[in-house]
Design a protein around this ligand. Structure first.
Ligand SMILES: *Cc1c(COP(=O)(O)O)cnc(C)c1O
Length: 365
């Protein structure tokens, strides 16, 4: 059995530290806010190299609050890649804007710059760049487009903790960024959690207020906000896990290197491209094949977990029928039929990767 993720083995390796911080939070009764949350916010902003970090309830809230804080014109258009998790586009609609889907490129699967250009109109106010599967988007041309058209850049970093574009950590490049600490993410809590990072002080303050009832002080409120706070137990767990993130990430990168060797020269599959300017942190290792379903069935039969991210491209979802944007045969719109995510985590061994290679080779013979 080769697991997609192994959160229990990860916990066993850091059990003492985790158990002791959980106990400390409970014994000090600092359940909401307080030092555990502010320590984590400081640690995470240093890790990302962003000036400000605001802990929030989850990654979806992080996106929503970030968009709200930008104060964009009502009903403006925000461009979102077609191949992502629904949270990326949900946040647009829920903050009163219109989703415009753009294509993904067929190499690293992040937003396709040429296609993106064609989606910009006079109503466009922002671009959500998703550093998908852990691969950073090609930020320079995106920044140039944003500057030329007066657009804001929101980075969806839910899958890319520690990823770098030309040496800069994602989450420190656009106007504002959203992270998720859902348990299965590269940095995952033991429940829901999220964060917003930015270098802009007034945006950071606005986000902090939105996430905490528009609060100025305990019972004085500047405007109506909401309740979306990072829980102290989760913050304490995340501070422990953050210390190991680089080690775990380097193991994922090593595993990916091994996959690239073991899976080379198989005609029926296309391997993911790591651009030379990218530090790809491999939240997922995604291959592409017309024989995807056959390969997946054979891997499952041999006890190898795999996944499809995502089985239905966003514009094709029932939730977006009303937008009527699924009318072209671009890459991403059809990517759902060919993409396959192989297991990757800090525990997978060279032998396991070799076995996966053998299963794939024999499946497509
Ligand atoms: C996980 C994820 C989110 C949402 O994060 P939650 O913490 O689950 O709300 C947003 N965008 C992408 C690309 C994700 O993978």
């Amino acid at each position: 059995m080769i697991k997609f993720l192994d959160l229990n083995s990860q916990y066993q390796g850091i059990k003492q530290e985790i158990d002791s911080v959980i106990k400390e939070v409970i014994e000090t009764s600092s359940f909401i806010g307080g030092k555990f949350v502010s320590h984590f916010e400081d640690d995470f902003s240093s890790y990302i190299n962003a000036k400000y970090c605001i802990g929030v309830g989850n990654g979806t809230d992080a996106l929503e609050i970030a968009i709200e804080a930008l104060d964009l014109p009502k009903n403006s258009e925000i461009i979102v890649p077609a191949n992502s998790f629904i949270a990326s586009s949900e946040a647009v609609t829920r903050t009163g804007h219109r989703v415009i889907f753009s294509d993904a490129n067929a190499e690293d699967y992040t937003i396709d710059i040429d296609d993106l250009k064609t989606r910009i109109t006079s109503n466009t106010s922002a671009i959500i760049v998703v550093h998908l599967y852990g691969h950073p988007c090609h930020m320079e041309p995106i920044i140039e487009l944003a500057n030329n058209h007066g657009l804001k850049i929101i980075e969806d970093c839910a899958q890319a903790h520690g990823a770098e574009y030309k040496g800069k950590r994602v989450g420190s490049i656009g106007d504002i960024a959203a992270f998720s600490f859902y348990p299965g993410k590269n940095l995952g809590a033991y429940g829901d959690g999220g964060a917003i990072t930015t270098n802009n002080e007034s945006l950071a303050e606005k986000c902090r207020k939105i996430a905490n009832h528009g609060r100025l002080s305990k019972y004085d409120h500047e405007f109506e906000g909401r309740n979306s706070r990072l829980d102290s137990i989760q913050a304490a767990i995340l501070s422990v896990k953050l210390k190991y993130l680089e080690e775990w990430t380097n193991k994922r990168i090593k595993a990916a290197d091994n996959y690239l060797i073991e899976l080379s020269n198989i005609n029926a599959i296309t391997l993911p491209v790591r651009q030379d300017w990218a530090r790809q942190v491999y939240h997922l290792f995604v291959i592409r094949s017309n024989e995807r379903d056959l390969i997946k069935a054979e891997l499952n039969k041999q006890g190898v977990d795999c996944g499809i991210h995502y089985p239905i491209a966003l514009p094709k979802l029932k939730a977006y029928e009303y937008l009527n944007q699924y009318n072209e045969k671009g890459f991403a719109w059809e990517s759902d039929k060919t993409l396959l995510s192989l297991p990757i985590n800090e525990f997978i061994t060279v032998d396991e990767i070799r076995l996966i290679g053998q299963v794939i080779r024999s499946a497509i013979k």
